[in-house]
Design a protein around this ligand. Sequence first.
Ligand SMILES: NC(=O)c1ccc[n+]([C@@H]2O[C@H](COP(=O)([O-])OP(=O)(O)OC[C@H]3O[C@@H](n4cnc5c(N)ncnc54)[C@H](OP(=O)(O)O)[C@@H]3O)[C@@H](O)[C@H]2O)c1
Length: 324
Amino acid sequence: MRCAVAVRQDPQDPIAGLELTELDLDPPDGWVPVTVRAASLNHHDLWSLRGVGLPAERLPMVLGTDAAGVLRDGTEVVVHSVVASPDWHGEETLDPRRTLLSERHPGTLAETVWVPPRNAVPKDPVLTWEEAACLPTAYLTAFRLLFRAADLRPGQTVLVQGAGGGVATAAVLLGRAAGLRVWVTSRTPEKRSRALELGAHEAFETGARLPEQVDAVIETVGEATWSHSLKALRPGGVVAVAGATSGAMPPADLNRVFFRSLRVVGTTMGTRSELVDLQRFLATTGVRPLVDSVTDLQGVPSALGRMAAGDVMGKIVVALGSEK
Ligand SMILES: NC(=O)c1ccc[n+]([C@@H]2O[C@H](COP(=O)([O-])OP(=O)(O)OC[C@H]3O[C@@H](n4cnc5c(N)ncnc54)[C@H](OP(=O)(O)O)[C@@H]3O)[C@@H](O)[C@H]2O)c1
């Protein structure tokens, strides 16, 4: 089976540890094979190659947390990447032993990925393979950040930091479709204008003073934007955080947090039922994921290089099989 595999880890040169190779895998009992038609890249793949979240003793590891594909009986599915432990009964994101594909079990950047049967979620037929492959990480996380962690209602204002990112573009598209007033920041004028085309109402330079305070901030950038996120909030506002691309240890600014009754809510990925709801939301609203570009397995190293450089607007999809 052809796949993209992390064989070494280097915080400074993550792509050097990536190999495209053939592997034979031994799936856990009861797991089902999904023939991958499309996968997509995430910052998670870069973290794994940098040695964050993936212990070195688990190498070599097939990368990838997102895919859409076909079961042996022909059912078209989206892969839900959050794998709970077999004896866990609550929400899978809260299982202390939960794992994402490519952390303990081989990931989705492969011709075939094996998953527990409940993690093969029927794909809505209105979505293409490429669109469906964008959902399991970035879109599911954005959906949960907006509607669960930040608990936003139509008419409220949300600030999305780092407009070009996979999660950020998802938050713009989903937030706009849900009737939110959507503001973004980005470091480049090109990405700010793309965000406006996508549906953002206003776009600001990273760190810029805003015309008024917002109800919630969607934060995945981390150190570079954290203090701006806290300053941007109205009293009682919420920063919903799911990532820290630029660093995870910003000054906490606790005075601001308690004087202004701010809430900081962290979240990771989402549940299977949220993935079902997300697909229904896309089908009902007509919103479709923003695809930056489509490549194949050979193109994964250079595509991850672009992601490491912050040179991406939306999702990079990896086409596999006959549906290239
Ligand atoms: N907890 C979860 O479940 C979960 C799920 C998905 C992602 N994440 C995390 O969320 C983060 C974003 O993921 P992604 O897939 O959306 O990544 P991405 O597509 O690579 O986006 C990162 C964006 O962050 C902004 N950025 C990066 N460095 C910056 C800096 N120094 N200053 C200002 N902005 C900067 C950039 O936006 P501009 O260029 O527009 O400024 C960039 O487009 C990653 O750290 C990822 O691990 C977590």
